[in-house]
Design a protein around this ligand. Structure first.
Ligand SMILES: [Zn+2]
Length: 187
């Protein structure tokens, strides 16, 4: 029996309500991802949005443009449709399912890094270098989501008013054995 390593309970505030999970499409870690979510008491309490590379391409049109293979940028229209679709799904998830937290789950040995970044950028000389690279991309997306106001209808007395909600965002890194590290938590 294997014993997986997960973040300690005091490292971040566990979500009390529903969450949105943003992960890579990678098929090798699907069961490990579910196992981790169940460990966090999130069974059937999450929406799931998958993008190749998780956060990698969400800011390819702006902040991280210079790190991408020009041909990949051309082929995928600077990944702008990917980001737009994510934004739309995040907004509808908040509206329909009262999302309060977002999990951004990066993973080891991600093929999208090799496919989309300029030569050499997606291959790493050490596991720590790989981890830090993922953390940089994940935090760019996390900061944007965390600072963005999400309008939500709230009943106050006899009235329905619009209130702006801020989402908590937690960034994780999962290795190929299913061990999970917390990269950062914005609350
Ligand atoms: Zn991947």
């Amino acid at each position: 029996m294997s014993i997986l390593s997960y973040p300690k309970i005091e490292e971040y505030q566990l979500p009390h309500k529903n969450i949105l999970v943003i992960s890579c499409i990678d098929l090798r870690l699907t069961d490990n991802l579910l196992h981790f979510l169940h460990h966090d008491n999130l069974h059937n309490r999450y929406d799931h949005f998958a993008l190749a590379g998780t956060s990698l391409c969400t800011h390819a049109a702006h902040e991280h443009r210079h790190r991408f293979d020009p041909q990949a940028l051309k082929t995928y229209d600077h990944f702008k449709p990917w980001k737009t679709t994510l934004d739309h799904h995040l907004a509808i998830a908040v509206k329909l399912h009262d999302i309060k937290d977002v999990y951004i789950i990066e993973h080891e040995d991600c093929g999208a890094y090799k496919e989309f970044l300029i030569d050499g950028t997606g291959t790493f000389s050490s596991r720590e270098e790989e981890y830090q690279c993922h953390k940089e991309f994940a935090l760019t997306l996390a900061r944007e989501i965390h600072t963005k106001p999400f309008p939500k209808e709230v009943v106050k007395g006899n009235e329905i008013v619009l209130e702006n909600h801020q989402l908590n965002v937690h960034c994780f890194f999962i290795d190929l054995r299913g061990n999970v590290r917390l990269m950062d938590s914005l609350t």
